[in-house]
Write a protein that binds this ligand. Sequence first.
Ligand SMILES: [Zn+2]
Length: 164
Amino acid sequence: MAVAVLIGLLLNLNRDEWFVAITFGVVIDADHLLAAPRYISDNGLGAIMRPSWDDASGLPWKSLFHEPVGAFFVVPLAIGWRYMVPFIFWGTHVAADELQMATLGQSAIIESVLLSVVVAGILYITYSRWSALSQEPSFQRFLTQSWAQARTWFSRLGASIRVP
Ligand SMILES: [Zn+2]
């Protein structure tokens, strides 16, 4: 999610592109929900926290969408999009998963470093864009304003979900 947000910021995505970016970069993990009932009943609820859901049973725990072969589906969908947005975000997701599988033993440290760098990048980009438009830029004011904006956004979201 954080990597998708960083790339989206760097590419200056518009609303439609953000929707597609999050769908192909983050929501494709929804396939694990389909595998979860079988995986949990075979391995127990605690196994959810394992670094990989590959329990050596040979049974699927992710769809073909998570394999490089998924490119045959994603590339045609990406044609016509600026930066081929579906492909960039799907490819980043699959590459990150491959990296994780290749480095399972050290994934905690690698993921911590990656997340820190990516979050720092997101803060850097959003702060420099904000401070360019602000009269008296300060990091403190940036955080206060961002927090207020996030609260407004979530309360609007809550209001729009509530059934009248
Ligand atoms: Zn995934």
